[in-house]
Every structure is written in C-alpha cells, then in structure tokens.
Design a protein around this ligand. Structure first.
Ligand SMILES: Nc1ncnc2c1ncn2[C@@H]1O[C@H](COP(=O)(O)OP(=O)(O)OP(=O)(O)O)[C@@H](O)[C@H]1O
Length: 275
C-alpha cells in the first residue's frame, strides 16, 4: 500500500463568531485507506470536512491534496476527483433519484459514458430500483443512499492511477444496520481501488471494524490518532466523550469492541428498582 499521504491537513484554525472551532487540527490520509473522523457533537468534524472540501476558508493552516494546496487547484479539476457528502442535502426541485445521482457527472460531461456510470453508482448504493422516484418522496435512508450514488458517480473515473478523494459526513446516520454494513463494505472496496476516504461516524464500533486509521476530535483539537487498536481505548473514549466504557476484542474480527457502560444513569437504576 502507498504510505505517502495524499490528503494532508496542517495546523488548521477556524474561528467564527469569536469562537475557535478548529484549533491547530491536523491529519494525513493515505491513498487506499479509510480514515474515520470521530468526536462528540460540536467537536468540529463537519467544519474540518468543509475546509477539506474547499467550502470554508480557514483562519490559518492549510489543506493539500496530491501535494497542492486547495488554492492551487483548478476548481473544475478538483470537482472531477473530490466528492463530498454533506450531513444534510436539501433538494427543493422535483428531481428524480436518477437526476440527483447524475449531478455527480456535471464536472465530467462525458455523455457517452454518463448513463452507464450513473446506473452503476445507483446500483452500488442499492437504490437503482428508486431511479424514477421523486427524490423528495424518498425516506431519509433512501435519500442518503441516492446522495452516496451521486458521490460514487462523481469519483467514478478515479482509481490507482488517478487519485480520488471521498469526504463523507455521517453517511450512515439514516441507514438501517444492514445498509450501514453495506456502505462500509463499499468504502473498503473503493479504498482497495485506490481511493482516499475520510468519513465521519458516530458509531465507534463501526469505526473500529472498518477504519484503517481513526482520528478523534474534541473541542476542535485532535486528541488521538492512530489505528483502531491504538485509538479505541477506554481512557481515550472517556476523555473525549465523558462516558464510561469497556473495550474488548471482538473474537471474530480481532477489532476493538467498545461496550458502553449502560445502566449507570438514574433512570435505569430506578427501572431496576421498580422491576
Ligand atoms: N458559523 C458559525 N458560527 C459560530 N459557531 C459555529 C458556526 N458554525 C459551526 N459552529 C459551531 O462550531 C462547532 C463545531 O461544529 P461542527 O458542525 O463542525 O461540529 P461536529 O463535530 O460536526 O458536530 P456533530 O457531531 O453535532 O455533527 C459547534 O459548536 C457549532 O455550534
């Protein structure tokens, strides 16, 4: 595997409304790897993704992709190799699922290939059967998978020889457990095809099972970064999230397995008494 970072974030500071949202944050993502960003609500994960996407200018620090800062990239060239899945995407026009996924091909304009690529992307995201449906009529999970199809269509032409970057902000938040697993498997396949993937997750066990590398953000700062075994430690989790947990090893996969210490709260204690 190529060990040289293709996406690099150095000393990022973002200040808004007198608050420091990112404080000297940095990370490096190797090509062909799934890098998971975790952290409590408000830690700055989406802010970091927005800066990496080129949608938000940092107060200081820089983001490089393939050795060039985002400012040095031609926006059109960047759009052909970097796709972003935001947390929320509002579509107010009466577009079909197909038309939403097809938007991923806008930077390419290769009409002779686009239909095949959009179809493949919808199929991989498990929403081909919804192609003709009005996007606004879809369920939350179905919409999220159509957005994923848009991202896949956008980076379709990337691979080992043509670097591609996926920036995904909580792509599993609306998915049922089967579709969460399908999506994470899909990301592993894309990583094996040479794509560079940064994905924000809240599910620590999903992160531990599928990540090559995990970065923990808290109050805008990176507080831990490394392999799942290095990062998924009880003291790190307690420090970052303020919850008690045990970290075991999954006997099937060998991955860290985080068990939350449920039942320590007052309401649960009360329920046990009542029983
Ligand atoms: N324009 C802004 N002005 C002031 N504060 C902001 C602005 N945008 C975001 N924030 C704050 O910055 C912090 C980081 O927000 P961000 O959306 O990056 O967090 P997050 O880690 O993605 O959280 P979540 O897990 O809830 O999605 C939050 O406290 C948020 O309220």
């Amino acid at each position: 595997m190529n060990t040289q970072a293709l996406a690099k974030v150095s000393n990022l500071v973002v200040e808004r409304g007198g608050r420091r949202l990112l404080d000297q944050a940095g990370l490096e993502i190797r090509p062909g790897s799934v890098h998971v960003l975790v952290g409590p609500n408000g830690a700055g994960k989406s802010t970091l993704l927005s800066v990496m996407a080129g949608d938000l200018r940092p107060s200081s620090g820089e983001v490089t992709w393939c050795g060039q800062t985002l400012d040095q990239w031609c926006p059109h060239a960047l759009a052909r190799c970097r796709a972003v899945l935001p947390q929320d995407t509002v579509v107010t026009f009466p577009l079909t699922a197909w038309e939403v996924a097809e938007m991923g091909r806008l930077p390419h304009r290769t009409p002779e290939r686009d239909a095949r690529i959009v179809r493949e992307a919808l199929d991989r995201a498990g929403v081909w059967h919804l192609s003709g449906r009005d996007y606004r009529s879809l369920s939350g999970g179905e919409r999220q998978r159509v957005q994923m199809a848009r991202v896949l269509a956008q980076v379709h032409d990337t691979g080992p020889d043509q670097p591609g970057l996926l920036l995904l902000d909580e792509p599993t938040s609306a998915l049922d457990v089967r579709h969460q697993l399908r999506l994470m498997e899909l990301l592993r396949v894309d990583a094996a095809r040479g794509r560079t993937i940064l994905v924000v997750l809240h599910d620590l066990n999903l992160a531990a099972a599928y990540a090559d590398h995990i970065t923990v953000l808290k109050d805008g700062k990176v507080v831990a970064s490394g392999t799942p075994a290095q990062v998924m430690r009880a003291e790190t989790i307690t420090h970052a999230w303020g919850v008690e947990c045990l970290v075991e090893r999954d006997s099937l996969t060998g991955c860290p397995w985080v068990r939350m210490r449920y039942g320590l709260g007052r309401a649960t204690a009360h329920r046990e008494h009542a029983a």
